[in-house]
Design a protein around this ligand. Structure first.
Ligand SMILES: Nc1ncnc2c1ncn2[C@@H]1O[C@H](COP(=O)(O)OP(=O)(O)O)[C@@H](O)[C@H]1O
Ligand SMILES: [Mg+2]
Length: 269
């Protein structure tokens, strides 16, 4: 099979800017469009996909797979109903050293998996340059304040240097009147493409309900921004498979009805 997964890393220089929220919701939005998606929690500093989705994982996770103690195929968790495969964070508290060659082995395994998209939720800071060649795109997440944006600009030039395609998400916009203007952002990042994600109260609500925003309310402003970035990747995937995508449209609309039914059912419970 010559179809390769499109690997997207969600990255940032600072923590707490919205990486995990964006990774999970982008995964849901791509599944909604009938793509097969694998989500990977590689944030060894603070694994949090389980926390966001209310998953009590006890099996092997990222660290065990990377260090060769467990096989990727035997360590996948499938998130209820939407068929989202996840490599969860590790249950162990110990922090074994992750050697560059182990990471490369892990990414070369990922590249052989039969998914349309693999979304990596990463730890803050620069990723190892040895994995750059496996990344099809990096989403650099920043908040609209100068310390976060200035450090994110470093991540953007790092991607530039390694020739890894990248784009910017400016998250939590429209919240403070002191936030950076579009002009200031453009001055910092040159012609890097960006999508603005609004501050939205549904995000903390989704965290407390342990459910992705995208499954709670696709009409929410945050979900609309997720759709905008999902469209970027749908187009990239669609360029190669436009005919196949057309034949999937029926499934897409069936899914709308199914999800409406599901969320209605949730309310009754
Ligand atoms: N657009 C947003 N609107 C409101 N709150 C947000 C938004 N994005 C993220 N948050 C909140 O910010 C916090 C950090 O988000 P998280 O995705 O865990 O960040 P990271 O993975 O970068 O550490 C969470 O409490 C989350 O609910
Ligand atoms: Mg996180």
């Amino acid at each position: 099979m010559d179809r390769k997964p499109f690997i997207i890393m969600v990255a940032s220089q600072k923590g707490g800017v919205g990486k995990t929220t964006i990774a999970i919701n982008l995964a849901a939005a791509l599944i909604y469009r009938d793509y097969r998606v694998l989500l990977v929690d590689s944030d060894t500093a603070s694994f949090s996909i389980m926390e966001h989705l209310g998953i009590k994982g006890t099996g092997n996770g990222f660290k065990e797979i990377v260090s060769g103690k467990a096989e990727l195929a035997d360590s996948l968790f499938v998130y209820q109903n939407i068929d989202l495969a996840i490599v969860l964070g590790s249950p162990s508290d110990e922090t074994p050293e992750i050697k560059p060659e182990h990471l490369v082995r892990f990414y070369s395994q990922l590249a052989k998996q039969d998914y349309d998209f693999i979304i990596i939720d990463s730890q803050p800071g620069l990723f190892q340059n040895s994995i750059a060649r496996y990344l099809n795109d990096v989403i650099i997440v920043t908040t609209p304040d100068s310390p976060s944006a200035a450090s994110s600009a470093k991540l953007a030039s790092y991607c530039e240097k390694l020739k890894v395609p990248h784009r910017l998400v400016i998250n939590r916009t429209g919240y403070s009147k002191f936030e950076l203007s579009k002009e200031e952002v453009e001055k910092l990042f040159g012609d890097v493409a960006y999508v603005m994600f609004p501050e939205d109260k549904i995000v903390p609500e989704s965290l407390s309900k342990k459910k992705p925003v995208y499954l709670m309310d696709r009409g929410a402003p945050f979900a609309a921004a997720v759709d905008e970035i999902a469209r970027v990747y749908t187009l990239k995937a669609g360029e190669a498979q436009s005919e196949e995508a057309k034949s999937k449209r029926k499934g897409f609309f069936e899914k709308v009805a199914w999800w409406t039914f599901k969320s209605g059912k949730d309310k009754e419970e």
